[in-house]
Design a protein around this ligand. Structure first.
Ligand SMILES: Cc1ncc(C[n+]2csc(CCOP(=O)(O)OP(=O)(O)O)c2C)c(N)n1
Ligand SMILES: [Mg+2]
Length: 341
């Protein structure tokens, strides 16, 4: 694993209370994600589900400590960022279940989670599309002289798309308040990272756009959190963008309908030995911050929250057929459509 050794955990920056809170969000993300996989397999919601089990530290770490107006520009594997920023589990579930009281009223893909109340915008299906929109939001914050930053999430595969390069170039030129989090999980569906780019480290790409890039162990929660915290503070103070490449791994298929036969069991097993939850639990134990009993209590608490949210989501109403075309726009000349204005 080729990581930058200059990035320190700077443990003094993270209080014991914050470290306990990070554990809460980490296990909440893990338990919720595993539960959603099961719900999908039981046929309790349609479509598919994109698990991020194995890469939770890359989303929980950066999202912890954001202000309400700091924006999240998500991709399709950011359950941890939603949970940590405070999006209610029931809101996530209503989206998956396509219920009438989800933000898009049951019309979109189950993984198109958005939550405007917490400045989380809804990603499009087009890979990397949200990098461009997030960069636009950072420009808006700068023009409005607002003290907010944008966190833009994407995979290493997404970084091969044109929008990624245009957005990062633009952010560099205009010194925008944005932090780019590249979750390099070695695979983009069945395409290995080695076929995406010849660069040794994806973070090297930041050099071309005139700002700092670092590659870190994305399974080390405290390391990801402190690296992101530093980059966020820098962006907030007018220091411009940073690209953080987090090396990590997804344990399951691209989505729940992918058996992931393209990778070896040995590769998967080697990453499972670096389970971010296990690594962080060991740290908390060693540092005397949380005992096994306290950690078990946290797991029981999050499990109860999850079950309550599932009950509430499953009791939510379905959209009515007559609402199917509400909020749907079409400007197709072929249909002889006249714009109302
Ligand atoms: C433009 C475009 N091409 C292909 C897809 C199908 N697709 C969705 S996610 C994905 C892989 C993305 O890989 P990466 O960016 O590494 O993220 P990861 O899934 O590994 O988290 C692909 C090919 C898409 N949604 N949009
Ligand atoms: Mg990937």
């Amino acid at each position: 694993m080729k990581v930058d050794t200059g990035v320190n955990k700077d443990m003094d920056q993270v209080s014991a209370d914050d470290q306990r809170a990070l554990y809460y969000h980490l296990v909440k993300t893990r338990r919720f994600d595993e539960r959603c996989r099961k719900l999908f397999k039981q046929g309790r919601f349609p479509g598919t589900y994109f698990s991020a089990v194995g890469q939770e530290a890359t989303t929980v770490g950066p999202a912890y400590g954001l202000t309400k107006d700091d924006m999240i520009a998500p991709s399709h594997r950011e359950i941890g960022a939603y949970v940590t920023k405070g999006m209610p589990l029931v809101a996530l579930l209503r989206q998956m279940y396509a219920r009438a009281n989800s933000p898009d009223k049951g019309k979109s893909h189950p993984c198109h989670f958005g939550y405007p109340e917490l400045a989380i915008f809804t990603p499009a299906s087009t890979v990397a599309g949200q990098i461009v929109v997030g960069t636009g939001a950072a420009l808006a914050y700068k023009i409005q002289k607002k003290p907010h930053v944008v966190l833009s999430f994407f995979g290493e595969g997404g970084s091969s798309r044109g929008g990624f390069h245009e957005a990062l170039n633009f952010a560099g030129v205009h010194n925008l308040p944005i932090v780019y989090i590249c979750q390099n999980n070695l695979w983009a569906e069945s395409v290995p990272a080695s076929l995406q780019s010849r660069v040794e480290k994806y973070s090297d790409r930041a050099k071309a756009y005139g700002f700092e890039g670092v590659t870190i162990d994305g399974n080390d929660l405290l390391l990801v959190h402190t690296a992101a915290k530093k980059a966020i503070a820098k962006a907030r103070e007018g220091g411009g963008p940073t690209l953080i490449e987090c090396l990590t791994y997804r344990w399951y298929g691209h989505s729940e309908i992918d058996p992931a036969n393209y990778r070896t069991t040995a590769e998967l097993e080697s990453w499972k030995k670096r389970d971010p939850v296990e690594l962080y639990s060991r740290h908390l134990e060693r540092a005397g911050i949380m005992t096994l009993g306290e950690r078990e209590e946290t797991v029981m608490k999050v499990d109860a929250e999850i079950e309550e949210a599932i009950r509430e989501a499953e009791a939510s109403p379905h959209p009515r057929p007559e609402e199917a075309l509400d909020d749907v726009y079409s400007f197709s000349p072929a249909r002889n459509y006249e714009h109302p204005s």
